[in-house]
Design a binder for this molecule. Structure first.
Ligand SMILES: NC(=O)c1ccc[n+]([C@@H]2O[C@H](COP(=O)([O-])OP(=O)(O)OC[C@H]3O[C@@H](n4cnc5c(N)ncnc54)[C@H](O)[C@@H]3O)[C@@H](O)[C@H]2O)c1
Length: 332
């Protein structure tokens, strides 16, 4: 696929659930740039990643509807007449999903079914891209993890995201409501929640390094992860939305530079030119749901949709640190 997939969105209507959050707002910028008519739906629940500062400068160029995806009446109305649904709203904290499993169930599982029912009955021609997660694989049986790897999540969030994903695939296969799912790995970049480690450890590390403070690395810091810069994830979403070859498919995303968390902490400190890091014992509530080493095999989406990451880790982290140096008042 050449860059013609980007032309698909001009003049089209696109609904982004979770659009005031990290990935959703970056996607909103890109879609507006491409000429799409964007509507955001977001509940702005304070503990989650939604932030009105994330759409600064875009306010007059899109519509924002503060609503909860758990409300089937709102969703029924909101999906009407949309060409695309980028379905990103979610409870994203793994530890919260263990402390309050029912809220995770309501948002990541039950609400997904309501959204799909709303589409089936009110707009069956819509195309849906769902944001799933590599967390559903649990502790990897082998590396890198491809889409044939068994799904055996280590936490409640992983279970509900699995169900949310498969409702989409079933609605594609049974009712012809076109849908595809992307299994995202650790995504980072401007507009992510950095207030605490709720979204990912990396958010908190970014904040600490900008402050010149100390990053805490759990255990021996040897756990390996792959990362994607948010612009690359947005590009994967656009390719998936534009191409009907993706319908009914699940695709891994993945990074080209798997890195240990200890090395990642060191790289952040080096790029920022300040801060420090230290190894500390695992907090027990995190240890029990940790997935160990992970990196993803993204050859399927590369072969089918031509996606691969374009932004190196060093470049992406540098851009991200620079962003928070400019905007810390909006995020701290
Ligand atoms: N960031 C990552 O590393 C990562 C990795 C894997 C998967 N994902 C998935 O990508 C999606 C977006 O994640 P993100 O990192 O942008 O998180 P985020 O928390 O920044 O964004 C999620 C948004 O959804 C909104 N939301 C939550 N519950 C809602 C509800 N009930 N109704 C309406 N809006 C609601 C939040 O207010 C927030 O703005 C999520 O579904 C997440 O599971 C993210």
């Amino acid at each position: 696929m050449s860059s013609s997939y980007l032309d698909t969105f001009a003049g089209k209507r696109a609904l982004i659930t979770g659009g005031l959050g990290f990935i959703g707002s970056n996607l909103a910028y890109r879609l507006v740039e491409l000429g799409a008519r964007v509507t955001i739906v977001d509940s702005l629940i304070p503990a989650y990643g939604g932030n009105l500062a994330n759409i600064r400068g875009l306010e007059d160029r899109l519509r924002v509807n503060i609503a909860d995806v758990r409300d089937p009446h709102s969703m029924k109305y909101l999906v009407c007449d949309q060409d695309f649904l980028f379905n990103l709203a979610g409870q994203v904290s793994h530890t919260d999903s263990m402390q309050d499993p029912h809220t995770d169930l309501e948002i990541n599982c039950r609400a997904q079914l309501s959204i799909l029912e709303a589409c089936r009955h009110n707009n069956s021609g819509i195309k849906i891209v769902f944001a799933s997660t590599r967390q559903i694989y649990g502790v990897p049986d082998y590396l890198p993890v491809d889409e044939r790897h068994l799904v055996h999540p280590t936490d409640v969030n992983g279970i509900n995201k699995t169900a949310g994903e498969w409702y989409h695939i079933v609605y594609n296969n049974v009712y012809g409501v076109r849908a595809a799912s992307l299994r995202l790995t650790n995504t980072y970049g401007p507009r992510m929640r950095v207030r605490d480690a709720r979204q990912t450890f990396l958010g908190q590390w970014l904040r600490l390094v900008v402050e010149g403070a100390e990053l805490l690395v759990y255990g021996d810091g040897r756990q390996v992860r792959d990362l994607n810069y948010v612009d690359d994830v947005v590009d994967a979403m656009l390719r998936t939305g534009a191409d009907d070859a993706a319908n009914g498919q699940v695709y891994n995303l993945g990074g080209d530079e798997p890195i240990s968390l200890l090395d990642l902490a060191g790289l952040l400190v080096e790029i920022a030119g300040r801060g420090s890091f230290r190894l500390v014992p695992w907090p027990p509530e995190r240890r029990v749901i940790d997935i160990g080493d992970y990196w993803g095999d993204y050859r399927k989406i590369r072969a089918k949709l031509g996606w691969q990451p374009a932004v190196s880790l060093r470049e992406g982290l540098g851009r991200t640190i620079a962003y928070y140096e400019r905007t810390r008042d909006d995020y701290w």
